[in-house]
Design a protein around this ligand. Structure first.
Ligand SMILES: [Zn+2]
Length: 235
């Protein structure tokens, strides 16, 4: 998910693993230009790793590439920025190290695979990833019934209430999105790509704004990479 420099030639690599959740390991010598090992430990790379337990940090001893998703992402700015926002969000949503996070792992790999394949608009893939990773973390927004009273006559979307709200429960400052926008959010959360791919640009833009605000509210701080994600102009 992330790397940073250590000393003259090493890196500390933050990795989301299938079995052990988030871990950090030292990769020795990877900043030398001749290191092929280093390229396999770049962000967006799905790797098969071997590590051994060190005194303070675990040491990565071997890395074999399974899928280098970064190759497809670095040549396409919207896909690259969406992928960067995914990695940052996964890193932030998974707070503890060495706590199994299999569903977050599968969502992240699935999201990167979908971005690299380019079958759907990057922003839709990103918003689907945000909604599902929030749901796995326990923050799924209410989308088909009022978040407060379960009433079905929903009128607005209120982040503080946890999703859509009815006219009676609506707090001050709640957004009033179009019905199609809420339908798009629900489709992305459920993985209904036929509906999502057929959506209009203005509903996608409205959906992205709501999802980003909802995510950021739950993470308490801004997701830095989101600032670089290009938004389609509303039409
Ligand atoms: Zn209500």
């Amino acid at each position: 998910m992330r790397t940073h420099k250590l000393g003259e030639a090493d890196r500390i690599v933050t990795i989301l693993t299938k079995r052990t959740g988030k871990i950090r390991g030292v990769a020795k010598g990877v900043r030398r230009t001749t290191s092929r090992f280093g390229a396999r430990l770049e962000p967006f790379t799905h790797v098969d790793l071997q590590m051994h337990t060190g005194r303070t940090l675990d040491v990565i001893t071997q890395a074999e590439t399974i899928r280098p998703y970064g190759e497809a992402l670095v040549v396409d700015y919207p896909r690259y920025t969406a992928g960067s926002a995914m990695l940052e969000t996964a890193d932030r949503l998974i707070a503890g190290e060495k706590e199994p996070a299999l569903r977050q792992f599968l969502l992240l790999v699935g999201g990167l695979r979908a971005l690299a394949a380019g079958e759907h608009e990057a922003r839709l893939v990103l918003d689907a990833y945000f909604l599902r990773s929030l749901a796995v973390a326990g923050y799924a927004p209410a989308l088909d019934a009022c978040a407060r009273c379960q009433g079905t006559a929903v009128r607005a979307f209120a982040i503080v209430a946890g999703g859509v709200v009815c006219g009676n429960c609506r707090p001050a400052g709640a957004a009033v999105p179009e019905g199609e926008t809420l339908g798009l959010m629900l489709a992305l959360l459920k993985g209904d790509w036929a509906t999502a791919d057929a959506s209009l640009a203005r509903h996608r833009a409205e959906c992205s704004g709501l999802v980003a605000a909802y995510l950021q509210w739950h993470l308490e701080h801004g997701i830095r990479s989101l600032r670089h994600v290009e938004r389609e102009p509303a039409t």
